[in-house]
Design a protein around this ligand. Structure first.
Ligand SMILES: [Zn+2]
Length: 511
């Protein structure tokens, strides 16, 4: 008392500081940071569950259209967290769509969880060591997407409930991304009609986000030729060789390549190449991927490829079926205002703190694979636009229908080449787990930005209108195209029993 009386000025100053911090605290209760804090706490509290979801999906190792165990596990996680979950929409049994809340804004989180054929690898083993030889495996780390996205929507829901934020949060895990197999069907079925913005996440070797076209359009189609069987030595003139047509189509495309844009990419697998040499083949089949920097250019390349096929049939006296377009993708279009919001959240969340062991393992892994021994990412890449990559993801179709934020997170050692088995070494490591937690924080913070800032959403809409002014979305799939449900069936029928011995017996639930 005496001190206060003797130093009234200091007392007043202290009192005003107390009053100010109380006002600040009140402002924060209703301000944008408090919901993010709630989301971050939910994510930190569930770090173990996030890792467990990612690891369980890794060991399921299910390729496109066979994500049965993976989606069953996620359905349990999401229903346990209060979401309504639809499995099997748009005619695809492993399509997962989860929803919580009601009304606007309606924010979608989207990714994929499929493995790749022949990617089986014992996690943590730097030498090649498949768990099940010939089996699929997560050599692109899509298993981590399961943990990141489930945690994101859970954390956003926690924040919406606690801070009474209006709106809807949804999660889409589309099947068969590796075969570009589902998103055009989801668009066609109207799943995006009420969505205001979508946030899309993919594993990478650092945080990254970009805007404008970020990758390539692609069309995947099989061409089937029918000939006439004959004895290849006794009466070859009676035969018409369907495999000759396949070869000529391949050569014809090689000739055409010189007169295509430098951005064009074409690649193929010969699916039917005859039965045995002394039988003229009456069936030939070739599967093509045609890509380019825009959907229009990819379509133009594809139409030319069809002509090459027709020419090959003409030359060989065989018949070509109409091409069977089985999958397609638009380039992913990143929305600049959303990307800038994501970037801010990346800066405030920051990269994970890597342990010495994690860095040492990354260097050992990099050395063994002939990559530069740089360890793990320690600073964010520069902000701003990123170059367009030649890869494709059918999630691109979403991005021409609603404003989309695209982001990558650090789950790999820098240098890792995906679609190759070494990429399956680290997706269950503590490094990946830390990256998943950081990714869920950035994703949930960005979703909260979209839910709480009408200005951001309006800017995103204006940018989207600008970006799509001269490019209206059309489906690259024919009107009668159906999802490729038979994809990967043979290998899964054969190998699932052996693969199932590695399944983790866990049922993670968020707290
Ligand atoms: Zn991927």
């Amino acid at each position: 008392m005496g001190r206060e009386r003797r130093f009234p000025v200091r007392w007043l100053l202290t009192a005003s500081l107390i009053a100010m911090s109380a006002a600040q605290a009140q402002a924060q209760q209703s301000g944008p940071d408090q919901p993010k804090q709630t989301a971050f706490e939910a994510i930190d509290r569930n770090a173990k569950q996030i890792a467990e979801i990612g690891d369980a999906v890794y060991f399921f190792a299910e390729p496109g259209m066979h994500e049965f165990e993976s989606t069953k596990l996620l359905k349990g996680v999401l229903e346990g967290a209060g979401f309504s979950v639809e499995l099997g929409g748009a005619g695809m049994p492993t399509n997962l769509w989860a929803k919580w809340g009601s009304g606007k804004p309606n924010i979608l989180i989207a990714s994929e969880i499929d493995a790749l054929p022949e990617g089986s690898q014992t996690p943590g083993s730097i030498p090649r060591k498949p768990m099940v030889p010939g089996a699929p495996g997560h050599m692109e780390g899509h298993n981590t997407h399961a943990g990141v996205t489930a945690a994101t929507v859970f954390a956003v829901k926690q924040a919406m409930e606690k801070h009474k934020l209006p709106g809807t949060i949804q999660l889409s895990l589309g099947p068969a991304e590796e075969a570009l197999g589902s998103r055009p069907f989801l668009v066609r079925a109207g799943y995006l009609n009420d969505v205001d913005a979508v946030l899309i996440v993919h594993i990478g070797d650092n945080f990254a986000t970009g805007y404008g076209p970020q990758n390539y359009a692609a069309i995947s189609a099989t061409f089937t030729f029918h000939g006439k069987t004959a004895h290849a030595a006794v009466s070859p003139w009676e035969g018409r060789d369907a495999v000759d047509a396949v070869q000529l189509m391949d050569m014809g495309l090689d000739k055409m390549r010189e007169h295509m844009r430098p951005t064009a990419r074409t690649h193929r697998s010969i699916m039917n190449g005859g039965v045995q040499p002394n039988i003229i083949a009456d069936l030939g089949r070739i599967w093509w991927f045609v890509r380019d920097a825009s959907a229009q250019a990819a379509k133009e390349n594809f139409d030319r490829l069809v002509k090459v096929g027709e020419g090959a049939a003409l030359m060989t006296g065989t018949k070509m079926d109409p091409p069977d377009v089985v999958a397609s993708a638009w380039p992913s279009l990143g929305n600049r205002p959303i990307s800038e919001a994501i970037r801010k959240n990346m800066e405030s969340v920051g990269l994970p703190k890597w342990s010495d062991e994690e860095v040492a393992f990354a260097k050992e892994f990099q050395k063994a694979n002939g990559f530069r021994e740089v360890g793990l990412a320690t600073s964010l890449p520069p902000a701003g636009p990123r170059p367009q990559s030649a890869s494709s993801n059918d999630i691109g179709d979403f991005t021409w229908n609603v404003p989309a934020g695209l982001m990558q997170f650090p789950g790999y050692a820098p240098g890792t080449v995906i679609h190759a088995w070494p990429a399956a070494v680290t997706p269950t490591s503590s490094m990946a787990h830390k990256g998943m937690v950081a990714a869920a924080k950035v994703m949930s913070a960005s979703a909260i930005d979209l839910l709480t800032s009408p200005e951001l959403l309006q800017k995103a809409r204006d940018q989207f209108a600008q970006d799509t002014k001269d490019t209206k979305y059309f489906s690259l799939l024919p009107a009668d195209a159906k999802p490729q449900l038979e994809l990967n069936k043979e290998v899964m029928d054969k190998l699932r029993p052996a693969m199932s011995k590695f399944y983790m017996q866990v049922s993670p639930r968020f707290e």
